[in-house]
Design a protein around this ligand. Structure first.
Ligand code: ATP
Ligand code: MN
Length: 252
């Protein structure tokens, strides 16, 4: 159909199809050898059929656009092994019962972190929080649903001026409550930077640091998330307060 054609055209324009590992080698300025090998393994399984351009370069991870089975658009988040916030990663992992015995090299910590983001996204999706659906993770690579169209990701709340902020706020507040009450998770880095606006609805992203409620810092992280969200939505014209949002999240 028309949509498939437009995706094929995009691939011809500036994506490259993965037929063998030499296609990926052409991009070796971007990827290190182990990452290349992992990408190639994913490609040979048919999970990735074409790699696209970079969507975002961060301190801890880069995000790429890609095409998967049936022309489905994918986001590929690749964590850097030599991440500068490695100590932070360890602190967030230690208090988490799912990952409390993760020890070892930087590499092991980053691999655990990648798995942690996948698990967190799965838990969030299970309780009805709109997040990019995670598909698979391998080593430092997480493959998930692409939030956006034709290689252009949906804007962050940070990048838009909301005409009607109230329903967006209400949904974010409900998502925070669902995460806390049902998924037993606190996002831990929630702000207008980690919420995309797609089809006029908020989508929560970047859940690597999200922790279970057992984590010793969970309540502090929640308080910080609440503060960020209230600050942003107040500025957007919503009448809200930290007390009210906390109560909404915590009430039984
Ligand atoms: P870290 O804090 O670990 O460095 P980050 O902030 O670099 O992570 P994310 O916030 O997950 O990583 O992603 C960075 C950007 O990439 C987002 O702001 C968004 O623009 C884009 N992005 C991430 N995931 C997706 C997705 N599933 N679909 C579309 N765009 C995405
Ligand atoms: Mn982010």
């Amino acid at each position: 159909d028309k949509k498939m054609k437009s995706i094929d055209k995009r691939i011809d324009e500036y994506h490259f199809k993965i037929k063998d590992s030499s296609d990926l080698k052409a991009e070796s300025g971007v990827f290190d050898t182990p990452t290349l090998k992992t990408l190639y393994t994913l490609a040979s399984k048919g999970i990735i059929t074409a790699m696209g351009g970079v969507v975002s370069t961060g301190k801890e991870a880069d995000v790429f656009h890609a095409i998967g089975e049936n022309g489905k658009e994918l986001a590929i988040k690749i964590y850097r092994i030599n991440t500068s916030d490695f100590q932070k990663m360890q602190d967030y992992l230690i208090g988490d019962p799912r990952f409390s015995n993760v020890r070892g090299t930087k590499k092991d910590i980053v691999f655990a972190w990648t798995k942690k983001e996948q698990r967190n996204l799965e838990r969030a999706a299970e309780v009805g929080v709109k997040v990019p659906e995670p598909m698979i993770s391998e080593r430092n690579i997480l493959i998930m649903e692409f939030i956006g169209k034709d290689g252009v990701s949906a804007p962050r709340l940070k990048d838009v001026r909301l005409e009607e902020p109230q329903p967006i706020y209400d949904t974010v507040a409900d998502y925070m409550r669902l995460l806390y009450q049902k998924a037993k998770l606190v996002h831990g880095d929630l702000s207008e930077y980690n919420i995309l606006l797609y089809e006029e609805r908020p989508v929560i992203i970047d859940m690597g640091q999200a922790v279970m409620l057992e984590h010793p810092m969970a309540r502090e992280f929640l308080a910080r998330d609440v503060k960020n969200i209230v600050r942003y939505f107040k500025k957007s014209g919503v009448k809200c307060s930290e007390e009210e949002l906390s109560a909404h999240i915590l009430k039984k």
